[in-house]
Write a new protein. Structure first.
Ligand code: ADP
Ligand code: ADP
Length: 236
């Protein structure tokens, strides 16, 4: 279980996230909705420790995430993989190298210098691409792919970490409706098949309704709704 206890984050005088209190069970797919500026990204970024809370604590399986340092922190950051609106892939690199890229920091300096990936990892990467329906594109540069395919490469890179949690920050905001559906279907399938916790920032209520078990609505840093999608009647 992921526990977010009375978490506040300020940027100067601006309160981006205000006293957020949420417990998310393993195996839940949660959609966080709210307008731009509501605090959704800040919340996700605190979970994987890209930034720290000003107040409050975040813990996972009883371990306080905010206290982790060094190797334990890096291990936590692999446990919660991020997916971004703009995919954040490495340009000019082929698809399979992008999927493997995140594994570089786990290996020796020498293998990093020569970009030597163990055969086993390459097979794992190809298997993941196959599962996501994009193995045929493995040798192409990422720029040659459509937005929806690039986002699936980013999901493959996330799965390569074998994460316990997938944190998706507006994963479909740059995609056309068809690709958006493919990406959301992919995330839901990963959730159903692997039982991974997914926390997904979304700006449309309809997507959250359709794909998530639970919807958290945020406004001005506050949680203003938390419940099942069918309990959500008014716009947040
Ligand atoms: P959302 O993801 O819902 O669009 P954000 O978490 O990005 O919202 O932002 C919440 C508020 O915090 C916004 O007012 C934003 O401008 C502010 N904010 C976010 N990050 C920073 C930062 N690094 N410095 C200053 N203000 C920030
Ligand atoms: P999103 O809407 O997807 O959350 P933003 O455009 O709000 O993205 O933020 C993009 C980046 O800019 C983030 O790293 C965020 O922390 C930073 N940021 C957002 N608002 C501010 C701000 N008012 N001052 C400084 N940095 C900000």
């Amino acid at each position: 279980m992921l526990e977010i206890r009375m978490v506040t984050r300020r940027f100067g005088n601006k309160v981006a996230v205000s006293g957020v209190d949420l417990a998310i069970d393993d195996g839940q797919m949660v959609g966080i909705i709210g307008r731009s500026g509501a605090g959704k990204s800040t919340l996700l970024r605190m979970i994987n420790r890209l930034i720290d809370p000003s107040e409050g604590a975040i813990s996972f399986a009883g371990v306080e995430v905010s206290a982790l340092r060094g190797a334990a922190l890096r291990s936590w950051q692999r446990d919660c993989a991020m997916i971004f609106q703009q995919f954040n892939l490495v340009p000019r690199l082929d698809v399979v190298s992008n999927v493997l890229h995140g594994t570089l920091n786990r290996r020796s300096t020498l293998s990093t210098v020569f970009s030597l990936y163990p055969t086993e990892d390459i097979h794992t990467a190809i298997d993941i691409l196959d599962r996501l329906g994009i193995a045929d594109h493995a040798a192409k540069r990422v720029e040659a792919l459509s937005g929806g395919q690039q986002q699936r490469v980013a999901i493959a890179r996330a799965l390569m970490q074998d994460p316990k949690i997938i944190l998706a920050d507006e994963p479909i905001a740059s995609l056309d409706p068809m690709n958006a559906q493919i990406v959301m279907d992919t995330l839901r399938r990963i959730h159903d098949e692997d039982g991974r916790m997914i926390v997904c920032n979304l700006h449309t209520l309809d997507t959250a309704r359709r794909y998530c078990d639970r919807v958290v609505g945020m406004r001005d840093g506050l949680v203003v709704f938390d419940g099942a999608p069918d309990e959500l009647t008014t716009a947040v």
